[in-house]
Design a protein around this ligand. Structure first.
Ligand code: SAH
Length: 378
């Protein structure tokens, strides 16, 4: 039987992103170049903690090694295809990956917090009807390096010594559908010689995949879990979150309960308010009934307009009445503030505006330019 020919990674043509190289592989490469294995950590630390964007900046490495590294690897594998900054301090980056795919990530700055909102997939396979990210399905999972790189790129926007304080995994994609890569990236994010962002400051938002929620619960890490509920019953939920057809609310709530029991962390339920679909007081009361007896918090998100979709934001009155009905029933609730709306900060929107479906030119009527009021840096 022919044995599979495994390519020696060192022989693969073209420089590869260093953050996508495993520690073992990097160590083997270094040893083959007559360098101690510990240099692998050193290089990684330069990129993740030391903000190096070129090997030449790694001043405590021998010059010849820096040159050899540049032949073989890229310190960062993505290019910034678009950078927009809103007046409220929100930055949005569209990163072009080595295969030409693009992903979005956002830096939100508020009350002394510097929060990175990151993507886990190119596109999304969940198909929530109101969401821009899922309009064209999922192209692929991101690697752990590509997830980490979004954090590094966003942190590099902060002034010297500035650090990210929080991570929300609420960009493009379904995080629990790419859990291994996400966990690997978050490990580095949490490390002291990485980005130093502890699990308590990291929120993972999921459409609600019960088996994966239970797996996450079993890890013993106090990540903050947010579950996209969006409806108080299966009929409404299946209409707007198609995956609900297979899972159902009950299994999701039970998995969320298990998460709370195992981690001690209160689960947040996200609820996108869509005018005339799930924003009536009756639905608020039904939601309160569903959550009664649970340690839960509700985050209401008025729908962010997505070009071409028929959904609308709730009226101010509906938002007020929905919120009051929940409060009245004793549910802890917050309305999510809109940040960076001028730069299409909500997930999937800017990428879509920039490239249209599958990298095609923008559809007629869609502008490929950033809006004029933005400071745009490419
Ligand atoms: N796949 C994950 C992460 C999605 S993005 C999840 O389903 O939770 C984070 C949140 O933004 C989710 O609750 C998602 O449903 C919501 N969202 C998506 N599109 C939106 C839009 N146009 N307006 C408001 N919220 C939206």
């Amino acid at each position: 039987m022919p044995t599979e020919q495994r390519k020696d990674p060192a022989l693969v043509a073209g420089p590869r992103p260093f953050l996508d190289v495993s520690r073992e592989e990097a160590e083997a490469w270094l040893e083959a170049h007559g360098e101690p294995a510990m240099r692998a950590r050193q290089v990684r630390r330069w990129i993740v903690a030391g903000r190096a964007e070129s090997f030449d900046q790694m001043t405590n490495l021998p010059r010849a090694l820096r040159a050899a590294l540049s032949q073989e690897f890229l310190p960062l594998g993505s290019r910034i295809a678009h950078h927009a900054e809103a007046e409220d301090g929100t930055h949005k980056l569209v990163l072009r990956l080595h295969d030409g795919q693009t992903v979005e990530c956002v830096l939100i700055q508020e009350d002394g917090r510097h929060t990175a909102c990151i993507s886990t997939q190119v596109g999304c396979g969940m198909g929530c009807v109101f969401c821009a990210s899922g309009l064209y399905g999922v192209a692929r999972n991101l690697t752990a390096g590509e997830i980490l790189e979004q954090l590094v790129r966003l942190r590099n926007l902060l002034p010297a010594r500035g650090r990210l304080t929080h991570i929300v995994v609420m960009g493009m994609g379904e995080p629990l559908a790419n859990l291994d890569a996400l966990l690997e990236a978050l490990e580095v994010a949490g490390a002291k010689d990485g980005l130093g962002i502890g699990a308590r400051h990291i929120t993972i938002s999921t459409v609600g995949l019960p088996a994966k929620i239970r797996r996450l619960a079993g890890l013993g890490k106090p990540y903050h879990l947010a579950v996209s509920l969006h409806a108080p019953n299966d009929a409404v939920r299946t209409r707007i979150v198609p995956t609900n057809d297979k899972t159902g609310l009950r299994a999701i709530l039970e998995a969320a309960d298990a998460y709370f029991e195992q981690t001690g962390r209160q689960v947040t339920f996200e609820y996108v308010l869509l005018h005339g679909i799930n924003d009536r007081v009756g639905e608020a009361r039904e939601l309160a009934g569903l959550l009664r007896g649970r340690q839960a918090h509700v985050n209401l998100i008025p729908f962010n307009d997505v070009e071409g979709l028929p959904y609308r934001r709730p009226t101010d009155e509906a938002l007020h009445d929905f919120t009051s009905a929940l409060r009245h029933a004793g549910v802890s609730v917050k309305v999510r503030k809109r940040k960076g709306s001028a730069i299409d900060a909500a997930c999937g929107q800017l990428r879509r505006r920039l490239q249209g479906p599958e990298g095609a030119s923008p559809a007629p009527g869609q502008s490929a330019r950033a809006k004029p009021e933005l400071a745009t840096k490419v």
